[in-house]
Design a protein around this ligand. Structure first.
Ligand SMILES: C[S@@+](CC[C@H](N)C(=O)[O-])C[C@H]1O[C@@H](n2cnc3c(N)ncnc32)[C@H](O)[C@@H]1O
Length: 288
């Protein structure tokens, strides 16, 4: 069998698997090509791709039932029931560990970040998970559908992830909020986001990203066309309960070493945030 045919076999097998079939085909294909180069047979190549996807997608962090939650949101929006909409968004955020941990600090989190960056008109949420469902706690002056026609400066919320049902669900939610469907299935390690924005969020993913894609973190941050980068880290390890604050502070400064980017640090219960201003250097290339 040719290499290309082997890659096809691996892609088809992984795409059909219950656990990893939700991953973007482009990501699976890239990993399959690499695995086929390393393994003579397709069976170990499939196993290798599944192992990489396990680390990249972290399915153990949890997912809501997307179909059921979309139906609940439809009913709540149709009834203009704000309390129910908020409760469903919170249920979805609760279903994934990263956002579950952020729930108790969520409103304060965005208020303090945007007090530094200014209230953004445009956001990139990179490796977003379910975080776009926190939109109602970002203080971005969402307007109701009746006001939509009159609204000029709608927030542009770009969200990127490789998990297909998650992105479809986020676009469904954006549509119900009257926002443009700017969530994208995009592998940001292979394909850096090109959109310009006021603020780019890269929350609780950098250590895993560096581990999975060895050294792509710094070029990604350099490529992002955002005035402010908001990069966060968990302060406590998921498994051992170790305090990671000092380790991640050092890691962050190494990552952006040599750049003349002012940094503000915010420490929340459970999350360490760095707000990096790229303005000085990138104003040369002229982003939004
Ligand atoms: C730990 S979750 C973080 C969720 C979110 N940023 C938060 O803090 O709430 C990591 C997310 O990154 C996504 N991801 C991992 N690698 C990616 C890549 N190369 N491109 C796009 N998304 C990626 C995963 O699918 C997952 O949804």
């Amino acid at each position: 069998m040719s290499n290309e045919a082997d890659v096809e076999v691996v892609v088809t097998a992984v795409k059909q698997s219950t656990k990893y079939g939700d991953a973007s085909e482009a990501t699976i294909r890239e990993l399959a090509a690499e695995a086929v180069r390393q393994h003579k047979k397709t069976k170990p190549a499939i196993k290798a791709v599944r192992a990489r996807l396990h680390s990249i997608m972290a399915p153990y962090l949890g997912d809501p039932d997307y179909t059921a939650e979309a139906a609940r949101l439809d009913a709540a929006f149709a009834a203009h029931d704000t309390t129910a909409i908020d409760a469903i968004c919170q249920d979805c955020l609760y279903a994934h560990l990263s956002t579950r941990e952020r729930l108790p600090i969520m409103a304060d989190f965005y208020e303090r970040i945007f007090a530094i960056t200014g209230r953004p008109q445009s956001i990139l949420d990179i490796a977003c998970g379910l975080n776009p469902l926190a939109l109602r706690w970002m203080g971005l002056a969402l307007v109701s559908n009746e006001q939509l026609a009159a609204r000029s400066g709608r927030v542009r919320f770009y969200a990127y992830d490789i998990h297909e049902p998650r992105i479809a669900f986020i676009n469904h939610y954006f549509r119900l909020e009257g926002l443009p469907e700017l969530a994208r299935v995009q592998d940001v390690a292979m394909d850096f986001p090109q959109e310009a924005a006021d603020v780019a969020l890269f929350l609780k993913e950098m250590p895993r990203f560096e581990r999975n894609y060895g050294g792509r973190g710094r070029p990604l941050l350099e490529a992002l066309r955002a005035r402010f980068l908001v990069i966060s880290y968990p302060t406590i390890s998921t498994h051992g309960g170790r305090n990671l604050t000092n380790r991640y502070r050092e890691f962050m400064f190494q990552l952006i070493q040599g750049h003349d980017w002012p940094v503000t640090e915010l420490l929340f219960a459970g999350e360490l945030v760095f707000i990096v201003e790229k303005k000085s250097e990138d104003s040369k290339s002229g982003f939004a």
